[in-house]
Design a protein around this ligand. Structure first.
Ligand SMILES: NC(=O)c1ccc[n+]([C@@H]2O[C@H](COP(=O)([O-])OP(=O)(O)OC[C@H]3O[C@@H](n4cnc5c(N)ncnc54)[C@H](OP(=O)(O)O)[C@@H]3O)[C@@H](O)[C@H]2O)c1
Length: 291
């Protein structure tokens, strides 16, 4: 991943997060790791979650070099609902405040498998785990008028919620399962924003970040195209920065505003109609994971 500071890219480097407690799931790699480090540099107390104690300890060391107001590690496999509930219970017991939950852990799994709960793994890890964690931590988040940020993906486009395939891996496709789980993230965020009284719910598409561990399971040709995409993106970024400074010199205008890192991502039709989907779900007799 780029060594650029995420908080600078996001234009929040002057924020002071001291006194805030923030949980980042999937913080032991990729986007989550960069997020945790940025939050640490801004002074937050960072709760990091992952599966690997080696990676977690290494991140705790890195966080100790920042201005973080403390950092704690939690190890939980999100493929188990029981483990997710245990994690939430531990956090509720240990902390008297939680200002923000970053639901970031997730991945694209090329091989299909069912979890111990009998659920297709991608849906369990990418959607059910953050869903249960958010619900369990809701009382704590409510006390601080907290935030829930869920890392979804543009991959939610072009898919629909197929509840049939949630308990089977027959005809499993990693990409379809991934897209569906990311659509569920968006729908969940809408629903949470609707229902939650004081907390703020957002989801996001982080852009293609091929340097993260995300593509590790993908076939080599797809990984190669992602690396190519990354190379093109950084070349393009370099070129557009040069272009901006040329414009500045020529016109001597005030510095150009960077492209907003928080601009709204486009939402698919299915994702933008959660009310319609909810009505359809509640009118179906075999509710599955319905509301
Ligand atoms: N990279 C991209 O281009 C891209 C694009 C769109 C959306 N996203 C989304 O961004 C989020 C972060 O992805 P990333 O690219 O940073 O991936 P990453 O580098 O692979 O990091 C994923 C994190 O999630 C954890 N994780 C994976 N499976 C888990 C499980 N069963 N239980 C608990 N933790 C688990 C990983 O733990 P381990 O360290 O133990 O593996 C790791 O900490 C994901 O939700 C992904 O869908 C990424």
């Amino acid at each position: 991943m780029s060594s650029d500071r995420a908080e600078v890219g996001a234009g929040v480097e002057n924020e002071d997060l001291s006194g805030r407690t923030i949980l980042v799931t999937g913080a032991t790699d990729g986007i989550g790791r960069e997020t945790a480090l940025a939050l640490g540099r801004l002074g937050a107390h960072v709760l990091i979650h992952g599966r690997s104690s080696a990676k977690g300890e290494e991140l705790l060391d890195a966080l100790s070099e920042t201005d973080a107001d403390g950092a704690d590690l939690f190890l939980t496999d999100f493929a188990s609902q029981e483990a997710v509930h245990d994690l939430a219970a531990e956090i509720v017991k240990k902390y008297d405040r939680l200002d923000c939950l970053v639901n970031n852990a997730g991945g694209l799994f090329t091989d299909g498998c069912l979890t111990e709960d009998g659920i297709e793994q991608t849906f369990a890890v990418n959607h059910l785990a953050p869903f249960s964690l958010t619900v369990d931590l809701y009382p704590l988040l409510k006390e601080t008028d907290g935030r829930v940020v869920t890392v979804s993906s543009d991959a939610h486009h072009g898919t629909s919620m197929n509840f049939e395939g949630l308990r089977t891996i027959e005809s499993y496709s990693g990409w379809s399962a991934y897209s569906r789980s990311k659509l569920a993230n968006v729908l969940f965020t809408y629903e949470l924003a609707d229902r939650a009284e004081t907390i703020t719910a957002n989801c996001l598409h982080p852009g293609a970040v091929p340097g993260s561990g995300f593509g590790r399971d993908l076939p080599a040709p797809i990984r190669a195209s992602l690396s190519l995409l990354e190379a093109c993106q950084s070349r393009f970024r370099g070129r557009s920065q040069k272009a901006s400074s040329r414009v500045q010199r020529r016109r001597s205008i005030s510095p150009p505003r960077p492209r907003s890192p928080t601009r709204p991502a486009s939402i698919s039709r299915t994702a933008s109609a959660p009310g319609r989907l909810r009505r359809r779900m509640t009118s179906e007799p075999s509710g599955g994971f319905g509301t």
